[in-house]
Write a protein that binds this ligand. Structure first.
Ligand SMILES: Cc1cc2nc3c(=O)[nH]c(=O)nc-3n(C[C@H](O)[C@H](O)[C@H](O)COP(=O)(O)OP(=O)(O)OC[C@H]3O[C@@H](n4cnc5c(N)ncnc54)[C@H](O)[C@@H]3O)c2cc1C
Ligand code: SF4
Ligand code: SF4
Ligand code: SF4
Length: 372
């Protein structure tokens, strides 16, 4: 049985979940990227290939409306990545929502949970287990109405997996830059936490830590680095360490896989989400959301306003010229050392730039004093 080529596979795991004899395992390749591996008990039934969203892409939807959206309750929005709309959706579907939350060992994983568990973008691939796929299908078959929030490739994998049971499933896909393999974050955190108790990991938020990697022990932040100076974060944002398939993502386009699409409304002031309404189900969900939560602010915009910032919506994120060097380094020394070797010069330059501006600023203050 042949599945999709490795450089197109998103690792969604839908093929492994559908296999009736359980002979597909998700295994890491030499670069730490997970792919399906078919075992000897395969009966050639073909179900895995039929479920794969790369081999059988679903029709995508053209959005009918686009909004700038945010929750006006700033405390409620504080730990969300941008406007906090995902958390409101999760509250609307309380008890019936699946999204990505941290596991106890800080792997990102798809699970059912509440708004608080899902807040904040986790810049790593989230693991979608076979059990979770099956749990969602079984709940749908018993007539429940569920919401799934995730990357467009996860939405597509899930819709192919649930097939005819999709009527009760509402989906919100994210505008998606790409994801790093889980192993990279695990290695990074293993080094950074230095045995300390870890209760939260954040990349985005509506406070002074936005676009910083921060590690928390309760209310105490014990590691805080800006994205330019933090090797894991910088490699992610500059397109050095993504899964190979993310550089040619079939969902980086204006037409969308979910009923709603959530993203950052880049180009507007402040941290505001973009919400596009892609289907009738999406329109119903947004109406219900705004009726239930008066704190949700919605300002309609032409979709072209959001399309103007192209990455993730008009085109896939570009591969960095440093990627080949990173992969070479990875084979020699694993993620933690490889990413530091690859980015050494650039991070030193960023430190030098910060030092230059600090000295410049102090010089300016001294001059002002002397001329008083
Ligand atoms: C990996 C990733 C890449 C992104 N790239 C872009 C981009 O290029 N451009 C853009 O405009 N927006 C991007 N986003 C979306 C953006 O960061 C916000 O999630 C979005 O604006 C919604 O913000 P929010 O405040 O409503 O919700 P948030 O607080 O961000 O929560 C949104 C939802 O994201 C889900 N989620 C978090 N991490 C993951 C993950 N690793 N995999 C799957 N689902 C996850 C959670 O279940 C949650 O329900 C990306 C998000 C992720 C996770
Ligand atoms: S062809 Fe059927 S048995 Fe073989 S791996 Fe695919 S789903 Fe499993
Ligand atoms: S179903 Fe998902 S994990 Fe399986 S081959 Fe296709 S893209 Fe890869
Ligand atoms: S960039 Fe595309 S393939 Fe990669 S995680 Fe995002 S939606 Fe999936």
């Amino acid at each position: 049985m042949t599945l999709c080529p490795a450089d197109k596979c998103s690792g969604c795991g839908a093929c492994a979940a559908i296999c009736p004899v359980g002979c597909i395992s998700m295994r890491e390749d030499a670069f730490g990227v997970s792919h399906p591996e078919i075992g000897p008990s395969c009966t050639e039934c073909g179900l895995c290939a039929q479920t794969c969203p790369v081999l059988n892409p679903l029709p995508l939807h053209e959005p009918s409306k686009c909004y700038a959206a945010w929750n006006s309750d700033s405390e409620e929005r504080r730990l969300s990545a941008s406007g906090g709309v995902a958390a409101l959706l999760a509250r609307l579907y309380r008890g019936r929502v699946y999204g990505t939350a941290w596991s106890d060992s800080f792997m990102a994983e798809v699970k059912s949970g509440n708004a608080k568990d899902f807040k904040g973008s986790k810049y790593v691939q989230s693991h979608f287990s076979e059990d979770t796929y099956r749990e969602i299908k079984s709940r749908l078959k018993s007539g429940e109405k569920l919401l799934f929030i995730g990357t467009p490739c996860q939405v597509a994998g899930l819709l192919n997996f649930v097939g005819d049971a999709a009527e009760g499933l509402w989906t919100a896909d994210l505008l998606c830059h790409g994801v790093c393999p889980e192993r990279y974050l695990t290695e990074e955190l293993g080094h950074l936490r230095k045995g300390r108790n870890l209760t939260d990991v954040r990349f985005r938020s509506n406070d002074k830590y936005n676009y910083h990697l921060t590690l928390w022990d309760g209310d105490k932040c014990f590691y805080d680095k800006d994205q330019k100076l933090q090797p894991y974060f910088r490699a992610f944002l500059e397109g050095i360490s993504l899964r190979e398939n993310c550089y040619s993502c079939q969902y980086s386009k204006p037409e969308r896989s979910g009923d709603l699409t959530l993203g950052d409304f880049i180009g507007l002031d402040g941290q505001v989400s973009s919400v596009s309404v892609n289907t009738t189900k999406g329109s119903e969900a947004l109406k219900e959301l705004s009726a239930k939560f008066p704190e949700l602010q919605l300002v309609e915009h032409p979709y072209s306003d959001r399309l103007a910032y192209k990455p993730s919506i008009m085109e896939s994120f570009k591969k960095s010229p440093l990627r080949a060097k990173f992969l070479d380094n990875y084979l020699q020394s694993g993620f933690y050392r490889a990413v530091r070797k690859t980015l050494f010069k650039d991070i030193v330059k960023s430190y030098a730039t910060i030092a230059y501006w600090k000295i410049h600023h102090i010089g300016h203050l001294i001059k002002k004093r002397l001329l008083k």
